[in-house]
Ligand binder design. Structure first.
Ligand code: ADP
Length: 442
C-alpha cells in the first residue's frame, strides 16, 4: 500500500490510513492508535523539511509477523537531526531507523503483530488491499473527533491504572506492615530464646565446675581415707597372724576359727582399700606413666606364670598366645596391671571353655584382646560395668571375690596410657575386652 504526502492535510490522511492498515492486519485498538500517531508525527516532521514524501506499508509474513512502514523524503543530509527529533516517536513502535542515502532520507518503522492476529496469507493480503482501496479519508474535523475519543479513552485508562496502582500500593503497604510486625515478633522471640540459651550455658558451666569440684573432693576423700585405713587394717592382719603363730599361746579350735575369720575379712578390706587408693590416685591424675620399650614376649610370659595358679579349673583352657608384636612404647607396670585385671575377671567368670590373651597390630595401634567363654554381660550393662563398685546383678564369680573397682581402674589406666578399653559380650557366650594402645606411646 502506498501513499504520497504533499500538503499538511495529508498528515490527517496518513494518520487515518495508518490506523486502518493497523486494524486490517489485526493490531489491537491501542496499537492502532500508536501506529497512527507515529505515522502522523513522522509525516509532520518530514513535511516540515519540504513537500513530497512517499509512504509504503508492507507486511513481514515470515518469522515474527510485523507491519512495516517506510517513509522516504527527497531532502538529503538531515538524518541525525531527524533521528533526534523522532526519539520520542520511536517509543511508539518496536524499531525505528533513520537512513540518509544518496537519494534522500528514509524513516523505517516496524511493529510486531499480536500473537492472536489472523495469519496474513496472500489471499488475506489481497482482501486487505481491496478493503483499503475503498477507504475514503475523512475530513480533519472527523479525525479530530476520533483523536479526542481516543484521548478520552486513554485518559480513562490512565485513571483506572492510577486507581489500580494506588490500591496495589495500599495493599503493599499493608503487607509490609504485616511483614514488619512478624519480623519484630520473630526477632523478639529470637532474642528471648538467645537469652534463655545463654542463661542455660552459664548454668551448665556452673554445674560442670561444681561437678568437677565434687569429683575432685571425692578423689581427695578416697585417697585420704584409704590411706588412713591401710595402716590399721595391715595391723589387724599382722596381729591375727601373730595370734595363730605356733610360738604364741595355744588357741582353742573355736578361737582359731574366729581369728582366721578376722584375718580373712581384714585382708578383703585391705584389697578394697588398696583398690580405692589406686583409683583415687588415677582419678586425681597422680599417676605418671614411665615410658619405655616394653618387651611383650617377656610380659606375656610373666602373666602366664603369675596367673596360671588362678586357672584352677580343668574345664577352662588358659591360653596366652605368643605376641605377634614384639615391643611397644608404654608403661610396663601399668600395662601389666590392666591385663592382669582383665585376665583375673575372665578367669573369675568362666566356668568352662577358654580364657585367651592375644595381641594384634592395627595401623599405628595395638589391640590386646582378652576373650573368654564365660557368663557374658547383658548389652545394656556394657558401660555400667566401668562404673565404680558396679557389679552385674546376680553374676557370681566362679572363684574368688570382687570389689567392683577392677574395670574402672583398668579403664583409667588405659586412658593414662593414651588408649581406651571396650567390651563386646553376649550373655551365655562370653566376653571380649579389647585394650587399644598406641604403638609409640604418647
Ligand atoms: P569385680 O571386682 O567385681 O570383678 P570389676 O570392675 O572388675 O569388678 O568388674 C565389674 C563387674 O563386671 C563384675 O562384677 C562382673 O559382674 C562384670 N564382669 C567383669 N568382667 C567380666 C567377664 N569377663 N565376664 C563376665 N562378667 C564380667
Amino acid at each position: 500500500m502506498r501513499m504520497r504526502l504533499r500538503v499538511e492535510q495529508d498528515i490527517f490522511s496518513i494518520r487515518q490510513l495508518g490506523r486502518e492498515v493497523a486494524r486490517a492486519v489485526g493490531m489491537e485498538a491501542q496499537d492502532q492508535t500508536r501506529m497512527a500517531t507515529a505515522l502522523s508525527e513522522v509525516g509532520r516532521v518530514l513535511l516540515a523539511q519540504g513537500p513530497d514524501a512517499d509512504v509504503t506499508f508492507t507486511a513481514e509474513l515470515y518469522g515474527v509477523p510485523s507491519l512495516q512502514v517506510t517513509m522516504a523524503h527527497s531532502a538529503v543530509g538531515g538524518a541525525s537531526r531527524l533521528a533526534e527529533q523522532l526519539q520520542q516517536v520511536g517509543r511508539l513502535v518496536d524499531t525505528m531507523e533513520v537512513d540518509d542515502g544518496g537519494a534522500g532520507t528514509t524513516v523505517r518503522m516496524a511493529r510486531r503483530l499480536p500473537p492472536g492476529a489472523p495469519v496474513l496469507t496472500p489471499s488475506r493480503m489481497d482482501e486487505i488491499r481491496a478493503g483499503l482501496a475503498h477507504h475514503v479519508p475523512g475530513s480533519p474535523l472527523d479525525e479530530l473527533a476520533v483523536q479526542n475519543q481516543q484521548l478520552i479513552a486513554a485518559l480513562d485508562e490512565v485513571r483506572a491504572q492510577r486507581d489500580d496502582l494506588a490500591r496495589l500500593n495500599a495493599e503493599l503497604e499493608e503487607t509490609n506492615r504485616g511483614v514488619m510486625a512478624l519480623y519484630h515478633q520473630l526477632s523478639d522471640e529470637l532474642e528471648e530464646t538467645n537469652r534463655g540459651v545463654v542463661a542455660l550455658y552459664a548454668e551448665l558451666d556452673e554445674k560442670s565446675v561444681q561437678l568437677r569440684a565434687a569429683s575432685e573432693a571425692k578423689s581427695r576423700f578416697l585417697a585420704n581415707v584409704s590411706h588412713e585405713l591401710r595402716a590399721p587394717v595391715t595391723a589387724i592382719i599382722g596381729l591375727g597372724r601373730l595370734l595363730v603363730d605356733s610360738s604364741s599361746d595355744e588357741l582353742t579350735e573355736e578361737q582359731a576359727r574366729q581369728v582366721e575369720l578376722i584375718r580373712s575379712s581384714a585382708s578383703d578390706l585391705l584389697t578394697l582399700v588398696n583398690g580405692l587408693l589406686d583409683l583415687a590416685k588415677a582419678e586425681a591424675g597422680r599417676i605418671e606413666p614411665s615410658w619405655s620399650a616394653v618387651d611383650l614376649k617377656a610380659m606375656f610370659g610373666q602373666l602366664r606364670g603369675t596367673l596360671r595358679p588362678l586357672a584352677t579349673r580343668p574345664e577352662v583352657d588358659f591360653v596366652v598366645d605368643e605376641p605377634t608384636v614384639s615391643t611397644i612404647r608404654s608403661d610396663e607396670v601399668l600395662l601389666a596391671q590392666v591385663l592382669r585385671n582383665l585376665l583375673t575377671n575372665a578367669l573369675k567368670f568362666t566356668e568352662s571353655g577358654s580364657v585367651r590373651l592375644s595381641v594384634r597390630r592395627i595401623g599405628p595401634e595395638v589391640e590386646f584382646v582378652v576373650a573368654d567363654t564365660g557368663t557374658g554381660i547383658p548389652p545394656e550393662l556394657h558401660e555400667r560395668i566401668f562404673e565404680e563398685f558396679y557389679q552385674v546383678p546376680g553374676s557370681k564369680p566362679v572363684s574368688g571375690k570382687g570389689t567392683g573397682l577392677g574395670l574402672p581402674y583398668a579403664r583409667r589406666l588405659a586412658g593414662i596410657l593414651g588408649g581406651g578399653l571396650r567390651v563386646d559380650s553376649v550373655p551365655g557366650e562370653g566376653s571380649t575386652f579389647t585394650l587399644q594402645l598406641p604403638v609409640e606411646g604418647t
